[in-house]
Design a protein around this ligand. Sequence first.
Ligand code: C5P
Length: 217
Amino acid sequence: MQIAIDGPAGAGKSTIAKQIAKTLNITYLDTGAMYRAITKGVIDRKIDFADQKAIAQYAASAVITFKGQRVFLDGEEVTEGIRTPEVSEHTSEVAPIPEVRKVLVQQQQRIAEGTDVIMDGRDIGSTVLPNADYKFYLDAAVSERAKRRYEELQEKGGLNGKTLTDIEADIARRDYNDSHRAVDPLVCCDDAVRIDTTHMTIPEVVACVIDHVEDGT
Ligand code: C5P
């Protein structure tokens, strides 16, 4: 079974996907973590963000591995390190590079081969798993997504002086970049079930997805 979950930043994709993976006892793959890991590698190696060729070369040689929810880059754990505001900001410069996408999409498809999997990202239903059994597009109003991200950062202590307005602007910019890039932009596929989670709780969204899967719709 293959389940694709796409949607903009802060729509709750990873929280929902993790819970569904647990409920259905299938593998969960966070593809955003892979784009973030490459971005962290680019920052750590001081590669110039304007040098797309060097970034593509690095992406082709980088080794990203997962142990459960933990993420490793070239053998070093980066689970926390890929969630910093700096990495979030620069990922939208790395993710549009076609060669980077090619390398990561191939790795994602390899991971999905012969495995029951739920993947979340921006291009899962359109590019990574176009024949997925189930496709969902999770959306929510940008103000609600910003509020969720703000509360999450507040709890973790990662706000670094950012206001709710700053976070909403960051999210809106990421949405714009992700939906307007030339290669594999964020889209809601025609065959995806669109769920607006603005006024839904996490258990409600999980139940909604599971219902669709159990009904085979
Ligand atoms: O899902 P997450 O917010 O961690 O993703 C970080 C960034 O990685 C996104 O804003 C997007 O630019 C990129 N991404 C992507 N394709 C995916 C997953 C993430 O371009 N499948």
